[in-house]
Every structure is written in structure tokens, then in C-alpha cells.
Write a protein that binds this ligand. Structure first.
Ligand code: NDP
Length: 399
């Protein structure tokens, strides 16, 4: 085996350049680069994977933009919380948080897996010895997202993961598709299905923002699987078709509301909220039991307003900004709840993977790209032009 490998990610110098560039001028491809780096050695409890499939996720956009935090500050935080992980501190972060592949080497104390096993990787890195991990590993201060807060992510010939991140590859799927569902499906699963999230019940209606995106398309399928009504918010007729193909019952094309939903300070623009509500009512005018949120600043206040009395707003992200204005009267007087959610614990990730294996949830791969096309397609994701999941065929990663 060669001692070096080709990888895609960001260097310390790249992160410095990003931070010195106004945020509106940053694009992932300006700061990401391919580089020959040393192949990492698995430490106790770790496994080296030959990566065969992967997928683009929005967290790689954040890594390459160095926003809201740069990769090296995130890795430093991970090492502070996990002092035995100093090997993650190099001058180049390999990004990527979804992978499929074969095990090539196992570190000491790896019991459940062996070289040659075909796996998919979930991105929850956690100290298994923390007793909080037994309740819900997202509670553990050691918790981090692989390939975002750690090094040695998916976009390289080889990736380094913990044993507990491994799941069996769903048989019958090609490598790229098998490596494309883990992060967003598991996240949507925790948000909608798990008792740690909104736990949508049969007969309930769920309003799904970004419904043709990686999270949203799985949220539609999960809502239908649970016997709910899926109301999909999208921004174009093409995305409407994609959401419909996932099973959406109603479609709201948000581009039909002229004007922004919040002002430059994030405060509600009530006239445009009313226009949105009218648009929604024309499609579906029943109660909204759950709102599936990940947009943040531009929509969170509206999501709270739209949820029915006693409804739940479950959120895992803030693509449009983290500082949000909420009119709390809509929340407390109507006894609504906002639930914070983040990726998935091991059990939730395993259950999500099983849904794919059993064919109860379909992969949402819209197309498959080559390793060398990653920067170009991360720019596309950054522009909001992605649909479903963009899978990466990593078998040519050395070319
Ligand atoms: P995608 O790019 O696949 O989809 C995001 C969708 O959001 C877009 O298609 C767009 O849909 C919609 N959107 C973007 N901006 C706005 C806006 N201002 N108002 C309304 N809709 C908007 O991304 P993902 O679904 O994979 O991820 C979404 C977010 O969730 C990202 O920020 C990501 O980092 C985060 N995330 C967090 C996770 C966690 O564990 N905490 C896990 C996974 C993702 P349209 O234009 O059609 O409306």
C-alpha cells in the first residue's frame, strides 16, 4: 500500500485566506484543494477504510467557507474534548461526512469488524466510555461530526473512522449510492421519527422547508412512512417535481411570495408572512402539527407562527443565519415547542440505515459525480441548486 494518498479538503493557509475574504465573496472551490497527504494509521478502536462511495453534504460547504467557524478551530475543540485525538491536528483537513467502502486495516481493540468487510460510515464520533453515551451519545461532550469537526473524512482514497461509526453496507446498492444517505437520512430520522425529536404520529401534517434538498427529501419519505401528510416547500418547478416524486402531498413554491420574509435585522416582515400563509392555505389549510426546520434566520419565526396550537418545530440547522427573531407570544400562548436536534446517535443511524436496506426508504441520489468534480458541485450546493443527494464515485480517487 502506498504511504500517501490523494485527498480533498482545506489547508491552514486556505482557511486563513477564507477568513480574510468577505463572506459574500467566498465560494467552496476558492478555498478547497486536492493534496497528497500521508495515509493515517488506525489507533486503538479505529479502522482504516478504502473509500468507494461518498456524498456531498452542506457541512463541507461550511468547512471550506470557514464559516461560522474554521475547520482548524473545530478540530482544536474536538481535541480539547478528546485529548487522545491529537493525530487529527495536521495542517490539512480532509472533509466529507458520508462514505461507503471496505475495511483495509483495524486498530487494536476492534472486535466487531475485520479487513474486507463492506460498510457504510455514519458521522457520529463519540467516546464510547462516556456513561452519557449509554443514554444518548449526542449528550456526550466528546461528541463531534466526522469530516467536519474531525480530520480524515470521506474525500480521500482512505478514511479513518471509529469502530462505532460502522454499519453494514445495504446489499444491492452500488457503492456511490450506498455512501450517499447516511448523514441526511439519519438526521431527518432523529428529527421526525425518534423520541429525541418531534416523533411525528400517523395522521399528523408536517411542513418541510427545503423539501427537495438532502434533508427535506428524506423528511418527505419519512413523513409518508409514518402515515403523515407531507407539505413540501421548494423554490422552483423542477424542485416541486422532485419533491412530488418523493411522495409530497402538497407543494408550496416559495418563490411565488415576492419579497423577503425578514428585514435586514431578521425582524418579521408581516405582510410577506401573510402572503406566504395565503400561498400555503391555497394548497393546504389544515393544522400544521410539525415544522421541519433547518433554514433559521429567514424562516424560524414564520415556522413558529405557522405551527398549530401545541405544535412542534424541530430544527437542526440555520442555513440562512443563526441569529433568529421569534415572536415568543406565538410560542408560549399557543403552547408550542421548539426542539433542537443534531445528527443521530448510533441506534438512530442504524435504524435509518436499516430502512434503506429493507427498501422502506429509497435513496434520493440525483446524480453521481467523480472525485475531481467535488469542488464544482460544492459550489452548486452553495448556490442552493442541489436536489436530493449528490453521490461521489470514489473508486477513481487516486487518478
Ligand atoms: P441542501 O442544500 O440539500 O438543501 C437545503 C435546501 O434549503 C435548499 O434546497 C433550499 O430549498 C432550502 N433553502 C436554502 N435557503 C433557504 C431560504 N433562505 N429559505 C427557504 N429555504 C431555503 O442541504 P441539506 O438539506 O443537506 O442541509 C440543510 C442544512 O442543514 C445545512 O445548513 C446543513 O449544514 C444542515 N444539516 C445539519 C445537520 C445536523 O446534524 N445538525 C445534518 C444535515 C444537515 P429551496 O430553494 O427549494 O426552497
Amino acid at each position: 500500500m502506498a504511504e500517501t494518498m490523494l485527498a480533498f479538503g482545506i489547508s491552514q493557509a486556505g482557511a486563513k485566506r477564507a477568513l480574510a475574504t468577505p463572506i459574500a465573496e467566498r465560494r467552496p472551490s476558492l478555498f478547497g484543494e486536492f493534496r497528497e497527504v500521508a495515509i493515517p494509521e488506525p489507533k486503538p478502536g479505529e479502522v482504516l477504510i478504502k473509500v468507494k462511495g461518498a456524498a456531498l453534504n452542506y457541512n463541507s460547504v461550511w468547512s471550506l467557507l470557514s464559516h461560522p467557524a474554521d475547520a482548524f478551530s473545530l478540530i482544536a475543540g474536538f481535541v480539547r474534548r478528546n485529548p487522545d485525538c491529537t493525530h487529527h491536528q495536521t495542517d490539512f483537513q480532509i472533509v466529507g461526512s458520508d462514505a461507503s467502502g471496505s475495511i483495509v486495516k483495524t486498530g487494536a481493540a476492534v472486535r466487531g469488524w475485520k479487513a474486507g468487510d463492506e460498510v457504510v460510515v455514519h458521522c457520529n464520533v463519540v467516546d464510547p466510555n462516556d456513561s452519557l453515551s449509554q443514554i444518548d451519545s449526542l449528550l456526550s461532550p466528546s461528541q463531534a461530526i466526522w469530516g467536519y469537526e474531525t480530520n480524515f473524512g470521506a474525500f480521500a482514497e482512505y478514511a479513518l473512522v471509529r469502530e462505532a461509526q460502522l454499519l453494514p453496507k445495504p446489499p444491492g446498492l452500488d457503492w456511490a449510492v450506498a455512501g450517499s444517505h447516511g448523514l441526511t437520512l439519519s438526521t431527518a430520522y432523529r428529527m421526525l421519527v425518534s423520541p429525541n425529536g418531534a416523533q411525528l404520529r400517523s395522521g399528523e401534517a408536517c411542513l418541510i422547508w427545503g423539501a427537495a434538498g438532502g434533508l427535506g427529501a428524506f423528511a418527505i419519505q419519512l413523513t409518508k412512512m409514518l402515515g403523515g401528510t407531507a407539505i413540501a416547500v421548494v423554490s422552483s418547478p423542477e424542485k416541486a417535481d422532485f419533491a412530488r416524486a418523493q411522495g409530497a402531498d402538497f407543494i408550496v413554491n416559495r418563490s411565488e411570495v415576492t419579497g423577503p420574509l425578514v428585514d435586514e435585522h431578521g425582524a418579521p416582515l408581516l405582510a410577506n408572512w401573510r402572503k406566504f400563509k395565503m400561498l400555503l392555505d391555497r394548497q393546504y389549510n389544515g393544522p400544521i402539527d410539525v415544522v421541519f426546520e433547518h433554514i433559521g434566520r429567514e424562516t424560524l419565526g414564520l415556522s413558529v407562527y405557522l405551527a398549530r396550537r401545541g405544535g412542534r418545530i424541530v430544527t437542526c440547522a440555520a442555513s440562512s443565519g443563526h441569529n433568529c427573531t421569534i415572536d415568543l407570544r406565538y410560542l408560549w400562548m399557543n403552547v408550542k415547542r421548539i426542539i433542537g436536534s443534531h445528527f443521530a446517535n448510533e441506534q438512530e443511524a442504524a435504524e435509518a440505515n436499516r430502512l434503506i436496506t429493507e427498501g422502506r426508504i429509497r435513496p434520493i441520489t440525483s446524480h453521481t459525480i467523480s472525485f475531481r468534480q467535488i469542488p464544482e458541485y460544492l459550489d452548486l450546493l452553495h448556490r442552493g441548486a442541489g436536489m436530493g443527494k449528490i453521490a461521489v464515485d470514489m473508486r477513481q480517487a487516486s487518478a
